[in-house]
Design a protein around this ligand. Structure first.
Ligand code: NAP
Ligand code: ZN
Ligand code: ZN
Length: 356
């Protein structure tokens, strides 16, 4: 076992603090990764504060991991020490259910092994509830080779980290709805997911509108490549833009009125929920009258995540980040709750090694 410095939440009400975990030596099909950078996702806050229920403590969050292969097991193929790799939101799944065999492991019938706040698997690929998973706010992680992504050359490593969650979560629904030139896409909420949705939809050729709560992010939205911007605090926005969009990508992390946004869809348009706030009511009429679709999307499978990384490298896309030391993590959470992040915090894990 390898003693590994980390930052953990001891309970739903405690701030993150230094903690030590144990990582296993890589098994025959596993890879030991030295973590270089880890993005800070709003899901880290939801789970560290047990907002979705069932959180496992102590919790080491972090599922936007970029690092360097340190050691590989004897049967590992195609991954060598020194290579730059990524780990996203899950580290294992059952491997045999219809979703796993279709490359949609995030929807595993038996539940994915989340990178943290979940469990490792036993020899039969079922949860081993004696072994919780711990995420990327740590210096190392041991992962099965089938769940490791390759970071293409040319992507800056710190700015690539958020692609492992924010990137794939927005790429997947844009691809599923066939976004291409001529499509009118709205992105609701300009945070970590939202700013990636803008970059990716623009790269796919769409005409992109950012719908943000206040005017303050207008300049940034246009600089990110969006064609239009509207403030959702202004009620006129919902009149001016009624029936405007083919697709709405909703990344808002707090409860809001879905019906108001549905009214902005064209006939037959679709709204994809990515944010996971507290429940709020949906009016049937908002869907029925213009045959609209309301759906959701959860990250993406390993194959599609690699496709997204390669797409980003080919299009020169990476996240806009604020690099922080691990000791700034609690302040970063507070700032994210105030929607004050431009546009993703990324932890420089060197700060955790130095502190150890
Ligand atoms: P984030 O960086 O904090 O951004 C969320 C954005 O939502 C904010 O920047 C803000 O944008 C808007 N917002 C926040 N509070 C609001 C409020 N009270 N009213 C209106 N708008 C508000 O968060 P993130 O990391 O992008 O994650 C967003 C959500 O997606 C979270 O719920 C997270 O758990 C979820 N998520 C889902 C998946 C998935 O697979 N489905 C993956 C990752 C994350 P403006 O300032 O522009 O209004
Ligand atoms: Zn995430
Ligand atoms: Zn499965």
């Amino acid at each position: 076992m390898l003693k590994t410095p980390a930052y953990a939440a001891a309970s739903a009400t405690s701030p993150l603090a230094p903690h030590t975990i144990e990582r296993r030596e890589p098994g025959p099909r596993e890879v030991l990764i030295e973590i270089l950078y880890c993005g800070v996702c709003h899901s880290d806050i939801h789970q560290a504060r047990d907002e979705w229920g069932g959180s496992i403590f102590p919790m080491v969050p972090g599922h936007e991991i970029v690092g360097r292969v340190a050691r590989v097991g004897a049967q590992v193929t195609g991954l060598q020490p020194g290579q730059h790799v990524g780990v996203g939101c899950f580290v294992d799944s059952c491997r045999t259910c219809p979703q796993c065999t279709a490359g949609e492991e995030q929807h595993c019938d038996f539940g994915m092994s989340g990178t943290y706040n979940s469990y490792e698997r036993d020899a039969n690929h079922r949860f081993d509830r004696s072994r919780p998973t711990y995420g990327g706010y740590s210096t190392h992680i041991t992962v099965d080779q089938d769940y490791v992504l390759r970071i293409p050359d040319g992507l800056p490593l710190d700015r690539a980290a958020p692609l492992l969650c924010a990137g794939i979560t927005t790429y997947s629904p844009l691809k599923r709805f066939g976004v291409t030139a001529g499509h009118r896409v709205a992105v609701v909420g300009l945070g970590g997911l939202g700013h990636m949705a803008v970059k990716l939809a623009v790269a796919m050729g769409a005409e992109v509108t950012v719908l943000s709560s206040s005017e303050s992010k207008r300049g940034d939205a246009l600089a990110l490549g969006a064609h239009h911007f509207a403030a959702t605090r202004d009620p006129a926005t919902f009149e001016t833009l009624a029936k405007s969009f083919d697709l709405i990508v909703d990344t808002v992390s707090a409860a809001h009125d879905y019906n108001a946004y549905l009214s902005l869809l064209k006939f037959n348009g679709a709204m994809v929920l990515l944010g996971i706030p507290e429940p709020s009511a949906v009016a049937a009429g908002a869907l029925v009258m213009q045959r609209r679709t309301l759906t959701g999307s959860l990250i993406g499978g390993i194959r599609e995540t690699q496709e997204m990384l390669d797409f980003c490298a080919a299009h020169g896309i990476a996240s806009d980040i604020e690099l922080i030391g691990i000791d700034q993590i609690n302040e970063a959470y507070e700032r994210m709750l105030r929607a004050d992040v431009r546009y993703r915090f990324v932890i420089d894990i060197a700060s955790l090694r130095d502190a150890a």
